[in-house]
Design a protein around this ligand. Structure first.
Ligand code: ATP
Ligand code: MG
Length: 390
């Protein structure tokens, strides 16, 4: 049966956390690959093995592993049993030699890891023996520093595995290891990247989007659906709450001074998201704020927005530049959707000169004129839930 070996950062994991980590990763791999017949995912000392049937294309397995957080790197592997008492590496050497005929390379190296120290030869001895054999057989020189091809050998469980090269995984912590958070997802560039960052640290992310209906068309909403769907690839199941915000904004516009409106909108979004998060049993709220990027994200305005919710607000992009965020959006594949033109609800009723230094007491005074609780209730009552699964 063909297989793949997936690796994680062992050093980053301590004690019991490691088993929990591994189990989450294995669970995610199983779920992610569940559409393919006969997949087996098992834990080996220090790595995870994915076995699949001959008919299953490697591309499909690769896609599943590439979208599993926790995996630092992985490779397709070929296995041969080995006897620890009288180890004979010749069959391994021959099997590698046979596979090498399809590879184009000039220099190579062999890198061995023993997951099982009961194996009598050291890693260096295996490198020498196999490297020597392959050099003789192919005539290609060994080059330890930056070779064209690295042949990885792993010895675990009375089996030798070899792989020709490795691919990077997404890293991070497996899905669900860090509980659930609620991300305020706009149709812009930043918030999908913020959601991705939290997923990468092991959170399940529920999305909340505030849309301008009935005053705006469905455009921003459609983008957000696409973005949520795209991000579902990483967590396999997502929930998106669509909250009508047009009427709430209209009331804010009627009853409060123009320069502080953006901050009032944000505080209203936070109140509603906070309640949704409580129902979802989430422990935090996530935004795509980056310090100083726009008026609502100045040092002062971030503080007055943070006062409102009971849950902590997580801002994974707070120290990033727009260019860095944009590069990441491109890498994760959300950029193209994010830049499609739309009318975000925040472009609705936006004042020309927003106050960049809103004071808390002044904002609270302004909110006394607003029927805050009614607005929150209306938002929650009219929220629409959309589910996505991969
Ligand atoms: P983004 O690219 O994520 O839209 P932005 O640079 O446009 O961010 P703002 O519009 O000030 O910045 O929004 C800051 C954050 O507030 C967003 O990253 C998002 O988390 C949240 N947010 C803004 N508008 C909405 C909305 N309509 N629905 C849900 N969340 C929103
Ligand atoms: Mg925006």
């Amino acid at each position: 049966m063909p297989c793949a070996l997936a690796h994680y950062h062992e050093l980053a994991l301590k004690g019991r956390n490691r088993r929990f980590f591994e189990q989450r990763m294995i669970q995610h791999l199983r779920n992610s690959l569940r559409h393919h017949e006969g997949i087996q995912v098992q834990s080996l000392p220090g790595r995870v093995k994915v076995s699949f049937q001959d008919e299953t294309p490697w591309e499909a397995i690769q896609e599943g592993i590439r979208h599993t957080f926790g995996v630092v790197n992985f490779a397709q592997a070929h296995s041969l049993p080995i006897d620890y008492a009288t180890p004979d590496l010749l069959p391994l050497c021959q099997a590698i030699e046979a596979r090498l005929s399809t590879q184009s390379f000039h220099t190579f190296r062999v890198t061995t890891k023993r997951g099982d120290k009961r194996f009598p030869q050291t890693s260096v001895e295996v490198n020498r023996e196999v490297g020597g054999y392959l050099h003789e057989a192919t005539g290609k020189p060994v080059q330890l520093n930056k070779p064209d091809l690295t042949i990885f050998i792993e010895i675990v469980d009375h089996t030798t595995y070899f792989s020709l090269g490795r691919q990077p995984g997404p890293g991070g912590l497996p899905t669900g290891m860090s509980g659930k958070v609620v991300c305020l997802l706009s149709g812009g560039i930043d918030s999908p990247v913020a959601a991705y960052r939290m997923m990468k640290r092991g959170c399940k992310v529920t999305f909340v989007h505030f849309h301008g209906r009935p005053y705006l068309s469905r455009a921003s909403e459609e983008k957000v659906r696409d973005l949520a769907k795209h991000l579902t690839r990483y967590q396999l199941y997502s929930r998106l709450f669509l909250v009508p915000f047009g009427e709430i904004q209209r009331q804010i516009v009627v009853d409060s001074p123009a320069p502080i409106r953006v901050v009032l909108y944000r505080r209203m979004m936070m109140r509603i998201a906070d309640q949704i998060a409580a129902k979802e049993q989430a422990w935090g709220l996530v935004t795509g704020d980056s310090l100083g990027q726009v008026a609502s994200q100045t040092a002062e305005n971030i503080q007055v927005v943070s006062e409102v919710p009971t849950l902590p607000i997580l801002r994974p992009l707070i120290g990033m530049d727009k260019i860095e965020i944009t590069n990441e959006a491109q890498a994760i594949g959300t950029f193209e959707t994010s830049i499609e033109p739309d009318q975000d609800c925040c472009t609705l009723f936006v004042p020309p000169h927003p106050n960049t230094k809103c004071r808390s007491h002044y904002i609270r005074k302004a909110e006394e004129h607003l029927a805050i609780q009614d607005m929150v209730d209306a938002g929650l009552k009219n929220a629409e839930l959309v589910e996505f699964s991969f």
